[in-house]
Design a protein around this ligand. Structure first.
Ligand SMILES: [Fe+2]
Length: 320
């Protein structure tokens, strides 16, 4: 059977303060600012900030809701960490770089034979830089090309038991199980590797994490399909299998989204680009420089802006 989703599109987390989030992703991780907009659900003004590699490729887009109004609780049934690929041999740079920025980090660790360092966002979110010589995606220019982040390698999802989440990824999303390394169970789709890997970490004694928006927790991972027909097909697959809580297809202005809660508790989005994607409301040359609201919020612009923390985006994170 052909499955409609082929890899990641974005991963969305709740950060704390907006400026510390901008500084972390642009100066520490070295991504570009791709878009400043707002959360499209509900009526409370919350930023939605997008960061990516040079070409804003699906599978490189990290997005955040700076949600300092309420902390989340990290735990199982949640994304445990998000991995970015970096070139082989670059971890010594990353150690020094993270230390220079006073970022809490681990030593070099290994999972499925790949070396990585895990480090913390100011809100407590866990990220990784993982060496992968095969990932040739175009990095943004903050760091030199021989060390810079290419895009997602994947996500590590914490579950109290693996069996039903495994079934979800295999039967509903077309992933194949490709290995077990201690508590880690690896699943890959298509050709596998960077941008096509989901890893479950079995943490049977870890209490459940929160599902609401809350600082320091990941809200969802989003997998990418070619068009709205792919999303409709994915919704059919979910429903055929009995996952009847798949949402309707929602208009997110820059893309379309459909959500389904996986059995382990992690929220999985299916999404496809809208025509012109991120360039729908600003040209490529100014992406990320200013806040843009979807048309249905334009009459509230002054009120929304007054409630958002002012942010400064470093020049190094914007198009030149
Ligand atoms: Fe999303």
């Amino acid at each position: 059977m052909e499955y409609p989703l082929t890899g990641y599109h974005h991963i969305t987390a709740c950060a704390g303060g907006a400026q510390e989030d901008v500084d972390f992703f642009t100066k520490v991780v070295g991504l570009r600012m791709a878009k400043q907009t707002v959360l499209m659900d509900g009526s409370i003004p919350i930023y939605h900030l997008y960061y990516s590699n040079a070409n804003l490729e699906p599978g490189s887009v990290m997005t955040t809701f700076p949600y300092s109004r309420k902390p989340g609780r990290r735990g199982s049934g949640q994304v445990h960490s998000t991995s970015f690929t970096v070139p082989k041999g670059s971890l010594s740079f990353w150690k020094d770089h993270l230390d220079r920025h006073k970022v809490e980090r681990t030593d070099v660790q290994e999972r499925f034979g790949a070396s990585y360092i895990q480090f913390r966002h100011p809100s407590g979110l866990a990220y990784e830089v993982l060496e992968d010589a095969a990932d040739n995606r175009e990095p943004w220019t903050t760091h030199s090309k021989d060390v810079a982040v290419r895009g997602f390698h994947g996500s590590v999802l914490s579950v109290r038991e693996t069996a039903e989440t495994e079934r979800f990824f295999v039967e509903a999303l077309g992933f194949k199980k490709t290995g077990v390394d201690g508590a880690f169970h690896r699943f890959e789709t298509g050709s596998g590797g960077a941008n096509k890997t989901v890893t479950l970490v079995n943490e049977p004694d870890l209490k459940a994490g929160s599902w609401t928006f809350g600082a320091g927790t990941v809200h969802h991972i989003a997998l990418w399909g070619a068009d709205k027909a792919a999303l409709a097909r994915q919704k059919e697959i979910y429903e055929e299998l009995g996952y009847t809580d798949a949402s309707e297809i929602k208009d997110r202005f820059y893309f379309f989204s459909m959500y389904c809660r996986s059995p382990g508790g992690i929220l999985i989005e299916s999404c496809c680009n809208a025509d012109d994607g991120f360039e729908k409301d600003e040209p490529k040359s100014t992406l990320g420089k200013e806040l843009h609201l979807p048309p249905w919020f334009n009459d509230r612009k002054a009120e929304i802006m007054a409630q958002l923390e002012p942010i400064t985006v470093p020049e190094t994170a914007m198009s030149h």
